[in-house]
Ligand binder design. Structure first.
Ligand code: GTP
Length: 362
């Protein structure tokens, strides 16, 4: 089978991380976000994956190639000259998606979705109903800030309603689709939204069915949800008794640490922490509900909570970082600085708390 992953967005809401790296290549739990999807697609027999790219194709290919080889899938880049939105890339890649595709269907994924991907369930459901498209929906407690999806008893999608004021459904679009190649004829190779322009027409023709996701789900395209997604994903690994989590006196709750990272004695790490390759954490440090990306060094007796520390940062001693702070690549924070809700762009040096806390540092 084939799949197309939409990786062409600019990822503005995940800045400053996306200043250094396209969003699909930012690591989530120590693996580029998009590689979680590639791994799950490979498990259900997908052998060819089209990356619908709009910018930085070399960087994307470089960070994904190693995983693609490991999972035995062929990656094909379909490059846009102008951003084609979420539907246009399907028309652009029509020849690749239809060539040698006896199944006659292909997956389409938004690249920033983390869940226990229900790909096999989608395949079974799609074959059973025989319509043009299957869309995964996720029930949320408060649907009023989303576009919701209304279905009938046969799971056919009847309509899409943007931010409903009165309750009509709690199901939102989970950003995972399985579509027949014939539906590509509905799309022109120009900037088009699949959610707003194509799916409503397919629903009106009763050609779109919904399957409900039963596991966790998170769109990790903003820092708050990236951290919430980390917590959900680690809890999911804990439930499966996964070897990827680490245990011991230094660790509290669900914690993932790359084997090349060094954590000194006297630290307490966790809960909900992920630490990337080649990081160094000195004694007496306390980290909770945070992600530390590759190559970062944190000196002794620092405190980090609810924050994302980018690649190759150097954090001093007695530093306190909290309140959804996000640091870009190669940031230096001097000793004893206090940073609350602070966004720091790449390659900055912070020496003083007073000028830093609660601000965006350019
Ligand atoms: P923000 O800039 O933070 O809104 O992120 P984004 O640009 O990724 O937008 P959004 O999260 O809404 O996009 C949903 C999915 O569609 C993501 O997987 C994007 O990579 C992808 N996407 C959005 N626009 C385009 C586009 O013009 N071309 C391609 N190929 N993919 C796109």
């Amino acid at each position: 089978m084939k799949a197309l992953i939409l990786v062409g967005g600019f990822g503005t809401r995940l800045r400053p991380l996306t200043f250094s790296c396209p969003k699909p290549c930012v690591e989530f739990c120590n693996k580029p976000i998009v590689c979680h999807q590639i791994e799950a697609l490979a498990k259900v027999g997908v052998t060819e994956i089209v990356l619908a790219i709009n910018y930085q194709p070399e960087m994307m290919r470089e960070s994904i190639e190693k995983y693609a080889r490991e999972y035995g899938v062929n990656i094909i880049c379909s490059q846009e000259t102008t951003p084609l939105g979420t539907a246009g890339p399907l028309a652009l890649a029509k020849d690749i998606l239809t060539r040698d595709n006896p199944e006659g269907s292909f997956f389409v994924l938004n690249s920033d979705i983390i869940c226990d991907y229900p790909f096999q369930e989608m395949i079974d459901f799609h074959r059973a109903h025989g319509k043009e498209g299957t869309l995964v929906v996720f029930p949320v407690p408060d649907p009023s800030r989303y576009g919701v999806i209304v279905t009938n008893e046969a799971n056919e999608i009847l309509s899409f309603v943007e931010k409903p004021k009165e309750f009509i459904s709690n199901k939102i679009n989970a950003g995972l689709y399985l579509l027949k190649t014939s539906m590509i004829d509905r799309i022109e190779p120009k900037p088009t939204s699949i959610e707003r322009e194509i799916f409503p027409v397919m629903a009106a023709d009763r050609q779109l069915c919904a399957v409900t996701l039963k596991s966790f789900w998170m769109d990790i395209g903003i820092p708050k949800d990236y951290l919430a997604g980390t917590e959900l994903y680690l809890a999911h690994l804990a439930k499966k008794n996964s070897q990827e989590l680490i245990h011991g006196s230094k660790f509290a709750g669900n914690v993932m640490i790359d084997p090349t990272a060094e954590i000194e004695e006297g630290c307490i790490i966790g809960p909900n922490v992920c630490i990337g390759p080649n990081c160094k954490v000195k004694s007496g440090t306390r980290i909770s509900n945070s992600v530390i990306l590759a190559g970062t060094e944190i000196n002794s007796h620092s405190w980090i909570n609810g924050s994302i520390i980018g690649w190759k940062n150097k954090i001093g001693r007695w530093v306190r970082i909290e309140g959804l702070s996000v640091f870009g690549e190669d940031v230096v924070v001097k000793d004893e600085v206090f940073l609350n809700a602070t966004i720091i762009l790449p390659h900055k040096e912070i020496k003083d708390s007073e000028f830093a806390a609660g601000k965006i540092l350019l």
